[in-house]
Ligand binder design. Structure first.
Ligand code: PSU
Ligand code: MN
Length: 310
C-alpha cells in the first residue's frame, strides 16, 4: 500500500484512475525514451502509437513523467507533445526525483524513475525499449546505471528488448544476478541486445507463456522477495540490425563521447543519437519496432497477472 504521504505526490489521469477502479490491467511506460531516447517528432508519434496498441489489447497505458511538481501517472496527448518537443525535460532517475518535484521542473523518468513511480501507483508491469546497465569500462568510470539497483529493490516487471551493446552485457547480467534479479528470456534462450536479437549471453530462464511468466513473478512477490523481474524480448527478426554494423558504430559513438568529454547521464542519450545519425535513421526504425513489440508482450503479461489476482 502506498502511504497517504506518497499518494499526495501522485496525480492519475482520468483513464488510469478509471482502469484501476475497475480492476483493469495497466501497463506503465517511461518518458525518458520520449524526451531523450528518440528525436522529435518520431518520439511523440511512437509514444502515442504504443499507448494505442496497449489500449487496443484492452489494457490501459500509463505513461509516467513529472510535471508541475507532481508525479503524473497517465498523460494526455498534449503532455506527450510537451515532453517530446520541449527539449528541456530533465532526465529523472531515483536521485533526481526529489529535485524535479521540489522545483516544479519538467521531468522525464528513466527506467529506474518509472519503476519507482509505477510501484507507488500500484502498477506491476512496465514496458520500455532497453534497460540501462553496466557501461563498458565501468571498472574505471564506475558508470553503472541506477536502473540495475532499482531492479534490485522495486517490485515491478520490466519488459524490454534486453540491453544495448553500448553496455557490457556480461557484467550487466552479473550485477543482476548478484542482486537477485531474475532475467526471463521470452521467445529465445539468450538475453536480447536491443538492436540485435542475441547478446550471446543466456537469460536465466526461458518462459514464453504469459501465464507462466505471471506465476513466476507472483510467486516471487508473494514470498516477499522484493525487486524487479526483467523480461527480455528480442527485436522482431525483420526489424533487427546487422550485429557487425551496430558493433562498429557503437564503438565509434563511444569513442566520440569520450573524446568530447561526455560523461554521466549524458552518455546514453549521446550514443543513441549518434547511432541514429550514423545509421541514417535505421536504428530509430529498429527502436520503434522493438518498443511496439514489447508493448504487446507487456499487455499480455498485465492480463495474466491480473487474472492471478482474482
Ligand atoms: N536504453 C535505450 N533507450 C533509452 C534508455 C536506455 O535503449 O532511452 C534510457 C532509459 O530511460 C534508461 C536510461 O533508464 O536511458 C539509462 O540511462 P543511464 O545509462 O544514464 O542510467
Ligand atoms: Mn550512467
Amino acid at each position: 500500500m502506498t502511504s497517504p504521504l506518497a499518494e499526495s505526490w501522485l496525480v492519475r489521469s482520468a483513464p488510469v484512475a478509471a482502469a484501476q477502479a475497475e480492476g483493469r490491467p495497466l501497463v506503465a511506460l517511461e518518458s525518458t525514451i520520449i524526451a531523450h531516447g528518440m528525436p522529435y517528432p518520431e518520439n511523440v508519434r511512437t509514444a502515442r502509437e504504443v499507448e494505442a496498441l496497449i489500449r487496443g489489447m484492452g489494457a490501459e497505458p500509463a505513461t509516467i513523467a513529472v510535471i508541475g511538481g507532481r508525479i503524473r501517472i497517465g498523460l494526455s496527448d498534449e503532455e506527450l507533445e510537451l515532453l517530446g518537443r520541449s527539449g528541456r525535460a530533465a532526465k529523472v532517475s531515483r536521485r533526481d526525483l526529489p529535485a524535479v518535484l521540489a522545483s516544479g521542473a519538467l521531468g522525464a523518468t528513466t527506467v529506474a524513475g518509472t519503476m519507482i513511480c509505477a510501484a507507488l501507483a500500484g502498477i506491476e508491469v512496465f514496458v520500455t525499449g532497453g534497460i540501462g546497465g553496466v557501461h563498458r569500462g565501468a571498472q574505471q568510470t564506475f558508470d553503472i546505471s541506477a536502473d540495475l539497483q532499482e531492479l534490485a529493490r522495486t517490485s515491478v516487471a520490466v519488459v524490454c528488448a534486453g540491453a544495448k551493446s553500448i553496455l557490457d552485457i556480461g557484467l550487466t547480467l552479473e550485477y543482476l544476478e548478484t542482486h537477485g534479479v531474475p532475467v526471463l528470456g521470452c521467445g529465445q534462450d539468450n538475453f536480447a541486445a536491443f538492436y540485435t536479437r542475441d547478446s550471446g549471453h543466456p537469460a536465466d530462464y526461458r518462459i514464453d507463456d504469459a501465464a507462466e511468466q505471471a506465476r513466476f513473478i507472483r510467486s516471487k512477490w508473494d514470498l516477499g522477495l522484493a525487486g524487479g523481474v526483467v523480461i527480455s524480448v528480442p527485436v522482431p527478426e525483420e526489424a533487427a540490425m546487422p550485429a557487425q554494423e551496430i558493433d562498429a558504430l557503437t564503438q565509434q559513438a563511444l569513442d566520440e563521447a569520450s573524446a568530447q568529454g561526455i560523461t554521466g547521464k549524458a552518455v546514453t542519450p549521446f550514443v543513441l543519437s549518434r547511432i541514429k545519425s550514423l545509421t541514417g535513421g535505421r536504428s530509430l526504425a529498429t527502436n520503434i519496432a522493438l518498443v511496439k513489440h514489447n508493448a504487446e508482450v507487456g499487455a499480455r503479461l498485465a492480463f495474466a497477472l491480473s487474472a492471478l489476482s482474482v
